[in-house]
Write a protein that binds this ligand. Structure first.
Ligand code: ADP
Ligand code: MG
Length: 694
């Protein structure tokens, strides 16, 4: 086995027939070396027996004890409870499924060794369905010498058989080395001490003297060595996307300044200096003959829409079409209204393209887009569809980009593809992503930041209250409306079920209308017809409605300056970034605004700290950093949606120090060993990233 080349297909391994090969393929494993890059998710520590008196919650551990009492309990669920003790403490083993034989084995007096996770039971610590083994009297059974790696596997491929395959692959690695793709100048501190081969051997088969906790915490230098290479591979793949785009031409959008000046002259406000700066950056980009790829980050309410509108006007002035895409129909409609107000006086025709429109309307807009009669299209992801063909698309704007992925971003760009030419691309987000993370997630984009709110905004005051004080809050809503202010009441549910959300909103609307008969109350949710949603929003905007009950459909972008109170029900169910977005719907005018985060007790410690973070700050960057710490980057960025690959070893939170040196490392890599680029990307993301092609 040890003379088998690492590039051989896995089928040369024992135990890999066509079925197993197929399952391995699902994990992206076709060659032996792919197997070696399939890294353990975590480890189980069966190298030591822990005294029962020392157990901590959620700990996964190996314990041993004597059964003191074994009984079947008939409660809501029949279960077998085995109380074991070892002189230092005791533990309950709980089984919901058990046979007669098992019950006999686990009888009083038996000595049992088990492995499982420690949980809180009704009266004491428990393990539910631990792996266990009965130990005959007077025998000594050794503990494992090494940590047990746990691999991510797929259906039909068991952990144990996977480990057997890995043993064979590791045997190959005993006599060979994995090609090193990082030259010395790239392998700078803190990862210089290990070669790739050493690191791989170590993480798959940690030696008995390993610092166990360090490995479990993913902080071991060998893991960091691998994380470094993985992050570098990611950075380089994103740069390749970028470089590939830069190879193409783009239309030079440098139109008659007249239009832009007219738009600025008609705006009811002057731009902030941050908006001016970002506009300049964009205008410089789109005046070049390579496609702009720019991300505009700006906290909720910082005024991104007008920045986009200026870019759009510039494209049209240069004789091209532009498209503005938003993640929800509600937000897209609002952009449509705004753009109509701003652009139509300049003689620009704005069209609408969304899922819920009649076939006739759709045909009409498609024809006009294709003929170039409509210069600006506003819509939702319906704009992706094949039947949408532009006449000469010069600029793509994607709003609230965190809701879309890299792939969608690229798909929309391809829409405007002419022979060897791409439209410019502007993406906007209010999700303030910590800088190091942004560099990773958006390594293919230039970033502009609108770091200033328009003048005259007073910060939103936030309070956190239990829902037992609901009636008090309802009175507060009433008082605000009597005071000619408008109010949002947001219903949330943890289930990703739109249906249930809508139901909850409908129930709340009924209840609040009963409680507050003198108020004009309306409801918006995702299941309403587009036209109904639109007219409700219009009515709210124009002040005909006092209280708007909504689901999280209003999360992004909705802009009604007179709304100064927002109540969010079950706030504990939402992420911080999402709550911050929602709260951004108020505080848009000059009056003092309030946000009530209502939670359903009991609130966990974690939940408490989350909600108080929101109460204590209005700064989106602080909140994002906190969200990152509390929930991890996947949640914050929506890993799937950003197109960020799931990492095998790297952890975007804990490896922030690595992220911050990544840009320099990528420069050195590309300078010294550009020929290794394909091999590096392939090794880590080969099967996952297909956006490197263009
Ligand atoms: P976001 O960045 O959250 O998308 P919007 O573009 O919706 O923010 O702008 C929020 C509100 O601020 C809108 O009512 C918009 O008209 C207004 N606004 C934008 N820029 C300015 C400015 N420079 N001065 C005053 N108000 C502004
Ligand atoms: Mg917006």
């Amino acid at each position: 086995m040890d003379d088998v080349a690492l590039s051989q297909p896995v089928t040369v391994l024992k135990g890999v027939g066509s079925k197993v090969a197929e399952r391995l393929q699902k994990l992206g494993i076709t060659e032996i070396q792919d197997l070696l890059f399939h890294l353990p998710l975590r480890y189980q520590d069966r190298t030591r027996l822990l005294p029962l008196g020392s157990l901590r919650l959620q700990q996964e551990c190996l314990v041993e004890g004597t059964v003191r009492l074994s009984q079947i309990k008939f409660g809501r669920r029949r279960s077998l409870l085995c109380h074991i003790e070892d002189g230092t403490g005791s533990l309950v083993l709980r089984f919901f499924h058990f046979s007669k034989v098992q019950q006999q084995h686990l009888a009083q007096g038996a000595r049992v060794r088990c492995f499982g996770e420690v949980r809180n039971g009704p009266s004491s610590l428990e393990m539910v369905h631990p792996e266990y083994q009965i130990i005959a009297a007077d025998t000594v059974i050794a503990v494992d010498a090494e940590l047990t790696p746990i691999y991510p596997v797929t259906e039909g491929l068991h952990q144990l058989s996977f480990r057997k395959l890995m043993q064979q692959a590791l045997a190959c690695l005993d006599s060979q080395t994995m090609p090193e793709l990082l030259s010395d100048s790239v392998r700078i501190h803190p990862v210089a001490n290990y070669s790739l081969t050493e690191a791989l051997r170590y993480v798959h088969r940690p030696p008995p003297d390993v610092d166990v906790q360090q490995l479990l915490d993913r902080k071991h230098p060998t893991q960091r060595r691998l994380a470094y290479e993985e992050l570098l591979a990611q950075q380089i793949s994103m740069r390749r996307v970028r470089a590939n785009t830069q190879k193409h031409a783009a239309p030079i959008l440098n139109g008659d300044k007249k239009h832009r000046q007219a738009l600025l002259a008609h705006l009811p406000f002057p731009l902030t200096s941050a908006q001016h700066r970002v506009v300049d950056e964009i205008l410089t980009d789109i005046g070049q003959s390579v496609p702009m790829q720019r991300l505009v980050q700006g906290d909720v309410g910082s005024g991104k829409t007008v920045v986009a509108a200026i870019a759009v006007v510039e494209a049209v002035a240069a004789g091209y079409q532009a498209v503005m895409m938003a993640p929800t129909e509600l937000l897209a409609e609002q952009h449509l209204q705004t753009f109509k107000i701003w652009l139509e006086p300049l003689g620009i025709k704005v069209g609408w393209c969304a899922g819920k429109q009649t076939a006739a309307q759709r045909r009409q807009v498609l024809t006009e887009l294709n003929a170039g009669d409509i210069q600006v299209a506003v819509g939702t992801h319906a704009l992706f569809q094949d039947e949408v063909v532009f006449n000469n698309l010069g600029l793509v704007v994607i709003d609230e980009q965190h809701r879309f992925g890299v792939h969608q971003r690229l798909a929309l760009r391809d829409k405007g593809r002419q022979v060897n030419s791409f439209p410019h691309q502007l993406v906007m987000t209010a999700t303030p992503i910590p800088r190091t993370l942004a560099m990773t997630a958006y390594a293919d984009l230039n970033v502009s930041v609108i770091d200033e709110l328009p003048p005259g905004r007073s910060p939103v005051t936030t309070v956190v209250v239990p829902d037992s004080r609901r009636s008090e809050i309802v009175q507060r809503v009433h008082a605000a409306c009597v005071d000619k202010r408008q109010v949002y009441w947001v219903c949330t549910l943890i289930e990703e079920s739109e249906h249930l959300q809508c139901q909850a909103a409908e129930d709340a609307a009924t209840e609040l209308q009963q409680a507050l008969p003198d108020l004009k109350i309306a409801l918006v949710h995702g299941r309403m017809k587009a036209a109904d949603k639109e007219s409700t929003m219009q009515a709210f905007k124009s002040g005909e409605i006092d209280l708007l009950i909504a689901t999280t459909v209003i999360e992004v972008g909705v802009d009604v300056p007179n709304a100064s109170l927002m109540v969010i029900e079950n706030a504990e169910r939402l992420g911080l970034a999402q709550l911050h977005q929602l709260r951004g719907r108020v505080g848009r005018g000059s009056v003092q605004s309030h946000c009530v985060l209502m939670y359903h007790p009991p609130l966990s410690e974690h939940g408490q700290s989350r909600l108080s973070c929101l109460r204590d700050t209005n700064d989106g960057f602080v909140i994002a950093q906190r969200d990152l710490e509390l929930r991890g980057p996947g949640e914050l960025l929506g890993t799937r949606q950003t197109g960020l690959p799931a990492f095998r070893v790297a952890n975007l939170l804990e490896d922030q120090d690595l992220l911050s040196v990544m840009s320099g490392a990528a420069d050195r890599f590309l300078q010294t060993t550009p020929e290794n680029t394909d091999a590096l990307i392939n090794r880590w993301f080969g099967h996952k990233i297909d956006f490197g092609h263009v």
